[in-house]
Ligand binder design. Structure first.
Ligand code: PGA
Length: 260
């Protein structure tokens, strides 16, 4: 059985002081979790990466960054390179979150370059894909997701797929104004994503973990967790309070323990 991924992107919500306090508590709690069952990760803002790394260093928690430039170095004011993230000991690089696409004009071609750069430096790209409400209402969700996957993963060799993670995050489900997706819809879309990945890469594609995110909360997380097509949960608001996140982790862990 592969571990079930559970992680949180803090977005731009925590100061370093807040982030280190959270990480310290989560690191202590994570000692109760079997890493063979849950792959736990947190994705702080850039200034908190080093202090948070120090808090979680001896724990099983993986550390992610929220974005990255593809170039090793250069005249790119305000950007952070793979070399810099690698030096910190980053495990996961989140790429293509819908907020980056919407507010910072990030596109699938940029994400593709970042995916290659992350892999080259031994970090796992967590590639976020998702359709807008308009695309969903026009019944072109699968086409849009397929296009995103094909461009974002363009040029990858089969053997690189083992280090790739996909997060399906419907744009209409994310954030304060998000509408939670029904478990049936999530299951269906994850199945379709798996079909596309398998068409692209065969068995290697079929094994890529597909996480779900977008208004995952205490009322709905178990319905996604219990679906075989869902390989992980990628949580925003419901995980920003460490007590709330611990509760979700605890329940998922005990359910996974009973399945062992
Ligand atoms: P949310 O955020 O859980 O607060 O909707 C999810 C995300 O943006 O990844």
């Amino acid at each position: 059985m592969n571990p079930f991924y559970i992680g949180t992107n803090w977005k731009m919500t925590k100061t370093t002081k807040e982030g280190t306090a959270y990480s310290k508590e989560l690191a202590a709690f994570s000692e109760q979790l079997d890493p063979a069952l849950i792959e736990l990760f947190i994705i702080p803002s850039f200034p908190s990466l080093v202090p948070v790394k120090n808090e979680i260093n001896s724990s099983q928690i993986r550390l992610g960054a929220q974005n990255m430039h593809w170039a090793e170095r250069g005249a790119y004011t305000g950007e952070v390179s793979p070399v810099m993230l690698k030096e910190i000991g980053i495990d996961i690089v989140e790429l293509g979150h819908s907020e980056r696409r919407e507010y910072f004009n990030e596109n699938d071609h940029d994400i593709n370059k970042k995916v290659h750069a992350a892999l080259q430096y031994g970090m796992k790209p967590l590639v976020c894909i998702g359709e807008t409400l308009e695309e969903k209402e026009n019944n072109i969700s699968v086409e849009m997701l397929s296009k995103q996957l094909k461009v974002c993963l363009k040029g990858l060799e089969k053997d690189q797929l083992v280090n790739v993670l996909i997060a399906y995050e419907p744009v209409w489900a994310i954030g304060e104004r998000g509408i939670p997706a029904t478990p049936d819809y999530v299951s269906y879309i994850h199945g379709e994503i798996r079909v596309v990945l398998t068409e692209m890469y065969g068995n290697e594609g079929a094994d890529v973990p597909i996480l779900f995110g977008g208004s995952v909360n205490h009322d709905n997380y178990l319905s996604y967790f219990e679906d075989d097509n869902v390989n992980g949960l990628f949580i925003g608001r419901a995980a920003w309070d460490v007590l709330s996140f611990k509760e979700i982790l605890k329940t998922c862990h005990s359910k996974l323990t009973s399945l062992k």
